[in-house]
Design a protein around this ligand. Structure first.
Ligand code: MG
Length: 240
């Protein structure tokens, strides 16, 4: 018997400015993920799609916390090798953030992994907390006290990542474990959401829209209202 009843819904949107959507999401079964691709030509789209597909296949082989981390490494290899095989895709890469129901030595819980600046949040007891730390230049400046969270959202170099999937032969994902309570929600998103919306705006939607699909739609609608300068991807995962 499962400890958690999970219900996920996601939406991805090109936004108001970008010509193509290089984000990708997965919101089915016991694995949800968001990937934000980068690279010229079709590179960004190929990287995020390949990473999410590889992640899903690899996680199915070993649905544990260690297996989820290994699935990110396999996604890295897949993107890295595809980039090496086609000059038009050279330099492509992607972020990834994923949450999965795992069983570690008989114990069921949720594993959280990320590379880059796509995020996972926990909404518990009307409060939003971040489960991931960004691998980005501005996040490092926030951590060292040189930049505020608010400045980071407007910073001209906010897109510079310090870690990404597929840009090198190996990558190490950050790994965390969550043991949410019934009624909690998890949110996964690309930077197109949190660069447009402050935490209190995200909190307000999660607190007021019970249906996960409608909550995801509302978050995307607000991000577009606020400018929609980037692709926007949101997955809401309800824990029952
Ligand atoms: Mg983005």
């Amino acid at each position: 018997m499962s400890a958690y009843q999970l219900r996920a819904a996601g939406v991805t949107d090109v936004g108001n400015v970008r010509p193509t959507n290089q984000d990708r999401l997965l919101a089915e079964g016991d694995l949800v993920a968001v990937a934000d691709g980068m690279g010229g030509h079709r590179g960004g789209e190929v990287a995020s799609r390949l990473a999410v597909e590889t992640l899903g296949e690899a996680f199915a082989d070993d649905p544990t916390t260690a297996g989820l981390a290994e699935a990110v490494r396999r996604a890295n290899t897949a993107v890295w090798e595809a980039a090496a095989a086609d000059p038009a895709l050279a330099g492509m890469g992607t972020t990834i953030a994923a949450v999965a129901r795992v069983r570690d030595e008989g114990r069921e819980r949720l594993a959280v992994v990320n590379v880059g600046d796509s995020r996972a949040y926990l909404f518990h007891d009307a409060h939003l907390t971040r489960l991931t730390s960004d691998h980005s230049l501005v996040a490092e400046l926030v951590r060292s006290g040189e930049l505020t969270e608010e400045d980071a959202r407007e910073h001209p170099q906010r897109n510079i990542l310090t870690r990404a999937v597929g840009v090198g032969p190996e990558v190490e994902p950050a790994v965390a474990v969550a043991e949410p309570a019934p009624g909690d929600r998890l949110l996964l998103c690309s930077d197109g959401l949190f660069n447009e919306l402050a935490d209190d705006e995200i909190t307000s939607v999660l607190a007021s829209v019970p249906d996960p699909a409608l909550a995801a739609d509302e978050l995307v609608r607000l991000a577009k209202d606020h400018g929609g300068a980037d692709n926007i991807t949101v997955v809401v995962l309800d824990v029952g």
